[in-house]
Design a protein around this ligand. Structure first.
Ligand SMILES: Cc1cc2nc3c(=O)[nH]c(=O)nc-3n(C[C@H](O)[C@H](O)[C@H](O)COP(=O)(O)O)c2cc1C
Length: 394
């Protein structure tokens, strides 16, 4: 009995561990951290050579919570890692002599929108958390990088008409539909009259919980910090029911007042791609929300060939998830994508250097893509085909 009591007593070691644990999670210690601890100085834009180089600068500049909100993946982050790893399972077959010194042309038209490169900016929430000029800075960077098309998020910091008024670059609009169709109609009337060129309806993110963030677990998120942990017991699934009502007939209802091309974002199976075409949608966008929706999904690159096969050329197929290099983009086009979209590198660029950072991120991707095309002997987008890749998907 005495021995058991004695065993449960606080030891000196236990006390030190508890104090250390408290300090490690303490806002006091966090406030003492040097935000540039990984850099002796902020690198100049010209020193950043790949899109990866932007992440540590963004990390240094952002509050930890905001950085984590951009980088997290669902649960164990298997899918987040797999999205990147999949590019290692596709090899390129160089045909260095085939280009014969001819100029490489990278322009393409997708659903009536002219793209100088088949590279778009994927929709992402709340750019004001990354830079005070928010989506206006993103648009300025896009316009400067050969009019890269931004798919403006339905949960942007600024309203779509304000964003559109700030830029001459083409914009697409991403919608999270509301259950009340009148609300969608009102919103999309403004979006369409502000000049959007297409509507992308996101259907995948049903459980916007992110649990990796110690700060969020222990200390709760700061007010207005973005993201969302749904209140427990909301419904059968225990997740937010804001999006759980989605059904295919929603698209038939939206069509009644949308005169622009409609794409569905978040398709990960051939069957859904087929249904999308049957419901008259104009484009299929393969995505697993950057690994933030459900863990243990495949990567979009892996399912791309089966989706392309199911769609049979009837509508263009877009894809995103893990694109960080020009060669990644070439691989997706070789597997049948009409264009790709890039999310996190744009957020790093914006957080690190504002609009100029966004511009540089896309200029790097464009230059790398052009080089990869030349190395595989392709001089136009139409000439990119399956013969330049070998896939080793598991
Ligand atoms: C911080 C963050 C916010 C996002 N917000 C949205 C959004 O508002 N709407 C949407 O359709 N997708 C959103 N996404 C998903 C992206 O559009 C895209 O599918 C995904 O991030 C692509 O992967 P990548 O980040 O590896 O390029 C978001 C992604 C991130 C990382």
């Amino acid at each position: 009995m005495t021995e058991r009591l004695w065993r449960g007593c606080l030891t000196r070691r236990g006390a030190v561990r508890a104090v250390a644990g408290f300090l490690a999670g303490s806002p006091l210690v966090r406030a003492q951290q040097d935000p540039f601890r990984d850099h002796s100085r902020v690198p100049g834009l010209g020193e950043l050579k790949t899109t990866f180089d932007f992440e540590p600068v963004a990390y240094a500049k952002l509050p930890r919570y905001t950085y984590d909100y951009t980088s997290y993946g669902a649960d164990g982050e298997f899918t987040l890692r797999r999205n990147r790893e999949a590019f290692d399972w596709v090899d390129l077959a160089p045909r260095s002599l085939a280009a014969g010194g001819r100029p490489v042309s990278t322009g393409v038209e997708v659903l009536g929108t002219r793209l100088e490169y088949p590279i778009m900016v994927a929709p992402s929430a709340a750019h004001a958390a990354l830079h005070p000029e928010a989506e206006v800075a993103t648009c300025a960077g896009c316009a400067a990088a050969s009019n890269t098309v931004l798919i403006s998020s339905g949960v942007a910091s600024l309203s779509f008409d304000k964003i559109a008024a700030s830029t001459k670059a083409p914009l697409w609009y991403q919608l999270y539909p509301s259950r009340n169709m009148d609300d969608n109609r009102k919103l999309l009337d403004v979006v369409q009259s502000s000049g959007a060129k297409a509507i992308v309806v996101t259907v995948d993110q049903q459980a916007p919980v992110f649990e990796r963030i110690q700060h969020d677990r222990n200390l709760q998120r700061p007010p207005g910090g973005g993201g969302g942990r749904p209140a427990a017991g909301l419904n059968l699934y225990g997740v937010s029911d804001r999006r759980l009502w989605y059904e295919w007939k929603m698209f038939d209802e939206l069509r009644a007042f949308v005169r622009l091309p409609i794409l569905i974002k978040g398709v990960m199976t051939a069957e859904d791609a087929r249904l999308a075409v049957e419901h008259g949608l104009n484009g299929v966008y393969v995505s697993n929300h950057g690994g933030r929706s459900v863990d243990y999904e495949e990567s979009p690159l892996e399912v791309l060939p089966e989706v392309v096969d199911a769609v049979k050329g009837r509508v263009p197929v877009l894809v995103d998830g893990g694109f960080r290099r020009g060669a990644d983009i070439l691989k997706a086009l070789a597997l049948g994508a009409a264009a790709v979209a890039v999310c996190r590198p744009q957020r790093w660029g914006l957080a690190a250097y504002g609009g100029a950072g966004v511009q540089r991120v896309f200029e790097i991707l464009q230059a790398e893509f052009r080089l990869a095309m030349a190395a595989t002997g392709r001089t136009s987008i139409a000439s990119i085909d399956g013969s330049i890749v070998r896939t080793y998907f598991p």
